[in-house]
Design a protein around this ligand. Structure first.
Ligand code: CDP
Length: 793
């Protein structure tokens, strides 16, 4: 790894001011088990709710009988779709402008769909009562294969929608079709590859849940919920339930991982609110693991065809993609309205192209809704996998080294800002530097030599490369909104009289260390020690409006807001300092933490002294108000475009087809690095996620639409045993439009690692003549791919 920069060496004991490898402020409570999660909330008189879910994938509801459940002692309320219908709450909007049943009234459309809810004195009674609800289902044929959902014989899933006679949701395209077709027609080489990015689940450690407390006296609803976007949720509740926003307080306390799973509003939240309204008591609902895996926001589920055109000597000319997108029974995709396929438009990757075109069709199936941005900025994971697999298929066709092919086609540093053929403007990059660094750490030439020797011995060693450019920090208001809400985010900074500060953010941490890094940003700007800066988030009554944390948007948007708010404070502090020192503003200079008089080293006032003066009894300069506070709503000029070069080394046992990831080198560039230790943690987690998706994670269904992966015995997630010691490195190419030059990093590794692992597996299998196999590359799938092919000598 590269030598740590000087800034990396500071630690908490040295009371760092600004960026550096500072220990996380939140960890003393987390590592001692003192985090406060939704399930830790206990309120006087609190009741418990459980949800009855459909056992089948597609059926008409003939009758619902709740008599026996209602008669069970300790049951306080049984809520059905009909109860909600009376309140106008049986359907709710999704984040993509579709509607979703809160509790089914007409039909159930996926296995695990919410049908009824029971509120009882304790959670055991609530669960027992579910078994006493008698539902008469008229079973219908389901369709769970996206490739069959548009066939004329397929059952129509969304007959609730006026005039709907098929399962089609939308068509979307981007790029220039005619120009792309023309380039393809003339190209020396065209490679076509079908690939599937299977349905996976974010599977956060903490499942979803809520505690709703409706106060009948003042008409105020307080909702503790596992939400990655408390402000956006509050506005949606206000719109749906007709309760004004100032009467709703959404609190997201500590969140045990989100990864996009906690962006949507789930029926359980709404039912908990209704439960509290009808019983007059606080109501807690926490789903179990099976409920989380089978009914909440899934990710991916794209069936993709890729085509790449190139010259014989390896110049990539154009890329074409066609995608069938499975959105489940309700279109619950989380993406800015203008981008129904999220940021899949960056499928052009990190390369200079002459043309590109993508067409996509989205359909309904009898599967749980979702399409959430699972640890990626709205479908970028799919896009990066798509292009990085395609580039390796081309390398195989041309007989070219996978790194040489990439380097030949990289966008060059002097071409930034670079407008892609699908209209995205990459802000900055030095791709070759990142690739060179990854090759150095990996000793790429050494790996090639090792592989050649092993191949001679019949051993299956694979080297897989991926290079990604992400688009994170959604987003500019002119281009991006979710259900009409612009994607700017707020930050308030308040410096107390003694010089300590509080930073209030609209983004919401789910474990990323925001309490530390935002304190560091403000510390760097104001010269206050990070330990003296408190970060408040996740409470709509105490933080400014904003759209929340997903898609690695916190640093690009709220990180910028925090720096700008701190700078506003510094500007005001300067005016106050000029009064205190009786010099003009022009004579002052900032020395991180104090203003001094130019040319007079002995004369200065610290930020704490200025804060006291700002709140003090003395006069302030004319026109300056008391206090030392600032607010900013930051509307990003553009997204930020972090990038990275990944090299994965695998060994495959030729007799069992078990894949072992032996080495993984990840060089990330996220611009200015606020806390290198936190960045490494984010990268380690993302790489682990990527190995999981590449090798073992999948949500599958049988012919009847039963979900086959409803527990962690069947939905495999990687542990320390399946992953190697990560070898990380970095380069620093600041974002030119971000106030501190930082780009997001939270999801880079999840985006970049699956293609590196798959490329490595396919490279290992090259002696068998295999060009592609779909994820997850479980032993059985690798074994299947090897069958019937000549074994290497
Ligand atoms: O939106 P989310 O917090 O998930 O993603 P992010 O903005 O990429 O940040 C993840 C964590 O890494 C936060 O604690 C950031 O402050 C930190 N980070 C950093 O230290 N330096 C960067 N250039 C980017 C992120």
């Amino acid at each position: 790894p590269p030598e740590p920069a000087a800034a990396d060496l500071v630690d908490n004991n040295q009371k760092p001011v600004g960026y550096g490898r500072m220990l996380r402020k939140e960890d003393p409570r987390f590592i001692r088990g003192l985090g406060r999660y939704v399930d830790d909330v206990q309120l006087p008189g609190m009741l418990h709710m459980a949800i009855l879910r459909s056992p089948v994938a597609h059926a008409r509801i003939v009758n619902v009988d709740t008599t026996a459940a209602e008669a069970l002692p300790k049951v306080k309320a049984v809520i059905t779709g009909e109860t909600l219908k009376g309140l106008g709450l049986d359907w709710m909007p999704t984040l993509s402008g579709d509607v979703q049943a809160v509790l089914a009234t007409d039909k159930v459309r996926f296995q695990g769909q919410e049908v009824a809810a029971v509120v009882a004195e304790d959670r055991y009674t609530a669960r027992d009562a579910l078994e006493l609800i008698d539902i008469d289902y008229d079973i219908l044929d389901p369709v769970h294969d996206v490739r069959k959902a548009l066939e004329p014989s397929a059952p129509v899933i969304r007959d609730d929608l006026d005039g709907k006679t098929d399962n089609h949701i939308f068509d979307w395209e981007t790029g220039d079709k005619a120009a792309t077709d023309a380039v393809f027609a003339e190209a020396d080489v065209v490679v076509t590859q079908d690939m599937v990015y299977p349905r996976v689940h974010p599977a956060p450690m903490e499942t979803c849940g809520a505690v709703a407390d409706f106060d009948r006296v003042d008409g105020k609803l307080t909702l503790w919920s596992t939400s990655q976007a408390p402000h956006a949720h509050r506005t949606l509740y206000a719109i749906v339930a007709g309760i004004p926003e100032h009467k709703i307080r959404v609190i997201s306390p500590d969140i045990g991982g989100g990864f996009g799973n906690k962006v949507p509003i789930y029926p359980g939240y709404v039912c908990a609110v209704v439960g509290s309204i009808v019983t007059g008591k606080p109501v807690k609902w926490m789903e179990d693991r099976t409920e989380n895996l089978t009914s909440t926001g899934f990710a991916r589920d794209y069936v993709m065809r890729g085509e790449i055109a190139a010259t014989r000597d390896g110049r990539i000319l154009a890329i074409r993609s066609n995608v069938l997108a499975d959105h489940g029974a309700f279109n619950g995709v989380a993406a800015p309205v203008k981008y129904p396929a999220g940021f899949f438009g960056v499928f052009t990757g990190s390369y200079q192209l002459e043309a590109a075109h993508c067409s996509m069709t989205a359909v309904y199936t009898n599967k749980a809704p979702g399409g959430v941005a699972y640890a990626c900025s709205f479908r970028i994971t799919e896009a990066v996998y798509f292009v990085e697999r395609l580039v390796n298929c081309l390398a195989a066709e041309l007989g070219m080294d996978q790194i040489a092919l990439r380097r030949k086609n990289f966008i060059q540093p002097d071409q930034f800002p670079y407008t892609t053929k699908t209209g995205w403007v990459y802000d900055s990059g030095d791709y070759d530097a990142a690739m060179t660094e990854a090759m150095r750490i990996a000793d790429y030439d050494g790996l090639l030599a090792e592989q050649a020797a092993k191949r001679d011995r019949g051993e299956l060693m694979g080297i897989g490369v991926a290079f990604f450019t992400e688009a994170v920090g959604a987003g500019p208001r002119k281009d991006m909104d979710i259900l009409g809400l612009g994607m700017a985010d707020g930050c308030d900074v308040r410096v107390h009289p003694t010089g300590k500060a509080v930073v209030r953010l609209s983004v919401q941490s789910q474990g990323q260390g925001h309490e530390t890094t935002y304190a560091q940003i403000v510390a760097e700007e104001l010269g206050i020690a990070p330990d003296d800066i408190d970060v408040v988030h996740g409470d709509t009554d105490n933080t400014p409006f904003g759209l929340g944390t997903y898609g690695s948007r916190s640093t690009p948007v709220s990180g910028a807001a925090a720096a700008m708010a701190a700078r506003k404070i510094r500007d005001k502090a300067k005016l106050i300092a000029s009064g205190m020192l009786e010099v003009s503003v022009a004579d002052l200079e900032w020395q991180k933490g104090s203003f001094g008089v130019k040319g007079d080293p002995g004369t200065s006032v610290t930020i704490a002294e200025i804060a006291m003066a700002a709140h003090g009894a003395g006069d302030l300069p004319p026109g300056v108000e008391g206090g030392l506070d600032a607010s900013v709503v930051y509307n990003p000029a553009n997204l930020t475009y972090p990038f990275g070069a990944y090299i994965c080394v695998v060994d495959i046992d030729p007799d069992t087809a078990v894949v072992k990831v032996r080495r993984f080198v990840a060089v990330d560039d996220c611009g200015t690095r606020i806390n290198p230790m936190i960045i490494e943690g984010q990268v380690h987690g993302g790489l682990t996620d990527g190995v999981g998706m590449a090798l073992m994670e999948v949500i599958e269904f049988d012919e009847s639409g039963n979900c086959l992966n409803g527990s962690l015995m069947d939905y495999l997630i990687p542990t320390a045993l399946e992953v190697p010691h990560w070898e990380t490195g970095y380069t620093v190419t600041p974002s030119p439009h971000h106030p501190i030059g930082a780009k997001g990093v939270g999801e880079s590794a999840t985006v970049g690692s699956p293609p590196a692992v798959v490329n490595a597996v396919i490279d290992a299998l090259a002696p068998y003549g295999i060009r592609h196999a779909d994820m997850p590359l479980t032993p059985s799938r690798v074994w299947e791919a090897m069958q019937g092919r000549a074994r290497p000598p």
